[in-house]
Design a protein around this ligand. Structure first.
Ligand SMILES: *Cc1c(COP(=O)(O)O)cnc(C)c1O
Length: 389
């Protein structure tokens, strides 16, 4: 074996020993509330398909129609080979969804976050980032040449102190936050953040990945819910909207600048037209999905209450992200395996996705689940013996 593969084997063994090795699982068939594993039906509680749109026939139809007219591939970056009307139409719908002047599509939220911070901020600038922000924002911070300061999770006093100490030395400043934190379901205090940003002349960059489609009037996100106008917002198309890709939305000049300078827009092939068409369809569905949002909220409340009543460590919250805190990664994996035996698929979330000693199961109900699914999950947890608790 050559050095690279030998080193990989050594590191995999170390990850195994620490209970931190990761691998994928094959789930045949469409994404939905249930799946078949080894011929057995299991309830899937670990997608971000909040509204159950990923396998909605209307999305598949929109994609199929686009495939028939536009083919599969976008061919190149839109700056090079031109843009399809489908991309422009989607951007109009997405800008409207967030009440922004303009929007720009990216192949993924990851690519958008990393590129936006890199494109908008440079050596003279400073970025402040919540310590529990998504990995893509963290990597955006790593890549930008701006100074970066991490503030304690949702700690506005800490952020204020950092802004006081650092703001004066820099040209532009930005505060970057998840709207709903992806592994805990906490909401950011967007009004508090907006007020601090205004006081210190800083821009507010909000990642709506887990809020869009779920929170706010017609699911328009946490900014809409709090009546806060961000300087830039990220929305993903692969979570509640059931498709794939992402967009940045904001004032026209910011979006126009990003179109020519965000490296994952400039140097990466545009998202496939069929996926974009499906996303546009999803926006229309999501806007009218108050019934689905109500079902999602009711499942979330029942799941939280049922698990807490049974003594599981489930922090307060109302997002459809229900963390069951375990602590040790090996125990989280064992708990996940025991649940799978009882027909529940909930993947263990371990460091570095979450901080040390906070390994957990992250349960996500969707609008596509039925009440009996949620009751089955609560029953499966109740079934578990002392060593797993
Ligand atoms: C999932 C996620 C992203 C990345 O979006 P993708 O389109 O899946 O790459 C960005 N930010 C947050 C908060 C996320 O949860």
């Amino acid at each position: 074996m050559r050095a690279l593969a030998r080193d990989a084997l050594r590191r995999l063994t170390a990850l195994d020993d620490a209970g931190l090795r990761r691998s994928t699982r094959v789930l045949p068939g469409p994404r939905g509330p249930v799946a078949r594993i080894d011929g057995r039906e299991v309830i899937v509680l670990c997608s971000n398909d909040y509204l159950g749109l990923a396998s909605h026939p209307a999305l598949a139809e929109a994609a199929a129609a686009a495939l028939a007219h536009h083919g599969v591939g976008a061919g190149a970056s839109r700056l090079i080979s031109g843009t399809s009307d489908l991309h422009v139409e989607a951007e109009r719908a997405l800008a409207d969804l967030l009440g922004a002047e303009a929007a720009l599509l990216f192949s993924s939220g990851w690519a958008a976050n990393v590129s936006a911070l890199d494109a908008l901020f440079g050596r003279a600038d400073v970025v402040f980032s919540d310590e529990l922000n998504h990995a893509s924002l963290i990597d955006g911070c790593r890549l930008t040449r701006a100074a970066v300061h991490v503030y304690r999770h949702r700690d506005l006093d800490h952020l204020d102190a950092l802004l006081r100490a650092e703001r004066g030395r820099h040209r532009l400043a930005a505060v970057v936050t998840d709207a709903v934190f992806s592994m805990d379901g906490h909401r950011a205090d967007l009004r508090g953040l907006r007020a601090l940003c205004d006081r210190h002349d800083a821009a507010l960059y909000v990642d709506e990945a887990h809020a869009l489609g779920v929170i706010g009037p017609a699911g328009r996100g946490l900014c809409a819910s709090e009546e806060v106008t961000p300087d830039l917002a990220l929305g993903t198309l692969g979570k509640a909207l059931g498709a794939a890709g992402a967009f940045l939305a904001g004032p026209r000049p910011t979006i126009d600048l990003l179109q020519g300078t965000a490296r994952s827009f400039v140097y990466s092939t545009a998202p496939p037209p069929a996926v974009v068409a499906a996303a546009t369809r999803a926006v229309a569905l999501a806007l009218g999905a108050d019934d689905r949002r109500a079902r999602l909220a009711s499942h979330t409340e029942r799941l939280r209450a049922g698990l807490r009543a049974d003594g599981w460590r489930v922090p307060d919250g109302d997002a459809p992200i229900v963390p069951v805190l375990v602590g040790d990664p090996t125990r989280a994996t064992a708990l996940s395996a025991a649940l799978l035996e009882r027909g529940v698929l909930a993947t263990a979330i371990r460091p570095p996705t979450v901080p040390d000693r906070t390994s957990r199961l992250r349960l996500v109900p969707t609008a596509a689940h039925e009440e009996h699914h949620i009751e089955h999950v609560i029953g499966a947890f109740a079934d578990l013996g002392e060593p797993l608790r």
